[in-house]
Design a protein around this ligand. Structure first.
Ligand SMILES: Cc1cc2nc3c(=O)[nH]c(=O)nc-3n(C[C@H](O)[C@H](O)[C@H](O)COP(=O)(O)OP(=O)(O)OC[C@H]3O[C@@H](n4cnc5c(N)ncnc54)[C@H](O)[C@@H]3O)c2cc1C
Length: 313
């Protein structure tokens, strides 16, 4: 009997969101009196660190990763572990794999989960819905459940414990999808995974002022984002567009500069831990969603803020 947590590997290391999934799985396993087993689809430099977040062991397979092969692997591991609950970090891959795992492992599926389930009346999960604007409680039936955990929903506390890494032999089917080429942005922090984001809106007046956003972002190690009109008018590339129709981010810190705070923009940033708004209009709607606000002209505030941060770093 166990809670099984699938680890996503990127560039030879486990993604931070997967450590959050292990922490979630371990807290749930503790509540249920079960063991936590992590499952990796390939080798990674830090698999034993799953112990830091409560896993007792890691099963390491060697598969060519696709949603179908992950579903095969997880279903086989779930049977071997007699897993009651299977946990994945929410991601593009998990969105594809979770329903397939549900079918192959005969489990009910709950996505975008933000809290530990209420076990007092069955298995009731709390999930984020409508782009983070509301929460829904949903009862999952059946003996086995698959959960995807929303990024940043779980706090990470580390111990020194290490997990044993064991080989897991899986037999997975071939994928119907062939990845022909992967093109990755380099030299930049990727927006969807960023812990810190500095984002600019139309209040930046033009692309010639974006060096102010980039200087601040570089100083604190943040990714850069923008509002939709900014990418529509080609001040910034479309992959930086944040919001309901763009990238949804969940960083620890989101700094919004010269962005009014329209509901469609907020839909993409509302799960940020801390929001700082810089806007010259004290009535800008974004201030209502901000943890900290600076009323002022971005052209004056940004250089001063960047210089002040450089001094303390
Ligand atoms: C179906 C639909 C989907 C949409 N999806 C998205 C989406 O995904 N993402 C998104 O962002 N938008 C989206 N929008 C657009 C959204 O409604 C807003 O129009 C947009 O977010 C506004 O962008 P902005 O805040 O950059 O510009 P503005 O609304 O023009 O705001 C500019 C802000 O900058 C401030 N400002 C001006 N000068 C300065 C200065 N010198 N210093 C500091 N502050 C200054 C102003 O006070 C103002 O608050 C969508 C709209 C629709 C209808």
């Amino acid at each position: 009997m166990a809670v099984l947590v699938f680890l996503e590997i990127e560039d030879g290391a486990v993604k931070r969101s997967s450590w959050e999934a292990v922490a979630y799985g371990s807290a749930l396993a503790k509540q249920m009196g079960k063991e936590t087993i992590a499952l990796a689809p390939s080798a990674a430099s830090d698999l034993a660190h799953a112990g830091n977040y409560g896993a007792s062991k890691v099963w390491q397979a060697e598969i060519s990763v696709s949603a179908e092969s992950i579903a095969d692997l997880v279903a086989q591991a779930a049977d071997k572990a007699s897993a009651d609950v299977i946990v994945l970090a929410k991601s593009l891959m998990a969105d594809l794999a979770a329903p397939m795992i549900g079918i192959k492992a005969n489990a009910s599926v709950g996505t975008n989960v933000v809290a530990l389930p209420d076990l007092s009346n069955g298995f009731v999960i709390r999930k984020s819905v409508f782009s983070g604007k509301a929460l829904a409680d949903m009862k999952l039936e059946g003996a086995r459940k698959v959960l995807t955990i929303k990024k940043n929903a779980v706090g990470l506390t580390k111990t020194d414990a290490q997990a044993n890494v064991e080989t897991f032999g899986a037999s997975v089917g071939s994928s119907k999808i062939t990845v022909k080429e992967k093109q990755k942005q380099t030299g930049e922090i990727l927006l969807p995974d960023a812990d810190l984001v500095v984002s600019g809106g139309r209040g930046m007046k033009g692309p010639e002022n974006w060096h102010l956003i980039e200087d601040l972002a570089k100083t604190i190690g943040a990714a850069t984002g923008c509002s939709k009109p900014v990418s529509d008018i080609d001040w910034r590339p479309h992959h930086e567009h944040v919001g309901q129709t763009g990238i949804k981010v969940s960083p620890n810190l989101y700094i919004a500069v010269g962005i009014s705070g329209a509901i469609q923009h907020l839909a993409g940033v509302s799960s940020s831990k801390v929001i700082v708004v810089i806007n010259k209009d004290p009535e800008a709607p974004f201030f209502k969603s901000a943890d900290y606000g600076i009323v002022g002209d971005a052209m004056e505030v940004l250089p001063k803020l960047t210089a002040a941060i450089k001094e303390i770093l």
